[in-house]
Ligand binder design. Sequence first.
Ligand code: MLT
Length: 265
Amino acid sequence: MIANLRGLEIAYDDTGGALPPVLLIHGFPLDRTLWREQTRRLADIARLIAPDLRGLGESLLPSEGAVTLDDYASDLGALLDALGIERAVVGGLSMGGYIAFAFYRRYRSRVRALILANTRAGADSPEGKKGRDDNIALARTQGAAALADKMLPKLLIPKTAALRAQVADEVKAMMARQSVAGIVAALAAMRDRPDATPWLAEIAVPTLIIAGADDTLIPLAEAEALRDAIRGARLVTIPRAAHLSNVEQPDAFNFAVREFLRSLA
Ligand code: MLT
């Protein structure tokens, strides 16, 4: 489906129904199909809304102008408005988690609960910022497929890549089909994002944190730090999962989300 919002076209999936709404925010450089195993298998318990962030998937980037995490969060607020949803559970994976923090800051009364998967609160280190600039240069000179080749080994454990070639191929294809402009905008937005650590003590909604036991991109220690800083937060660590824990171990991921959503009822 496509929503026309704030002069933008935002593509999204919506499983519909009168169930409690859950907004699912994808990571980088990905799109809403990241959530396929969730939208397919959790639709009996929640109304799942999975948008493509502007510039990624089928959502357009309005102009060459810079994008901030707040811009992505505002798009999502406008999407909920368009769907008539006042309050939702907000879940994000990795960059989606960075955007979930921005969303919470902006619209806290609209957040029923948070799901923070494979994410961190801190800003980029100087080395991390340099890595963003290197990836911007790589995408601009060699295209999305080159960035996909570079990132794939960090997203899945080697066993998945070796034994479940279809999963690895799908993730790679998801990255390779993103537009260079959308990739560059997202990298710059992540590079320039603020440190969300001081905000964590302000979070006053039920929070589920999910980590991949073998995530090297955002190690488990980051999830433990979130758990320690967010009042009452619960951490679930998923074995045999790297950065895309929801894709790599959908049963365990969905079980954790299902239990959490049940606890909110
Ligand atoms: C993501 O998975 O969204 C990104 O890799 C996160 C990041 O690069 O900081």
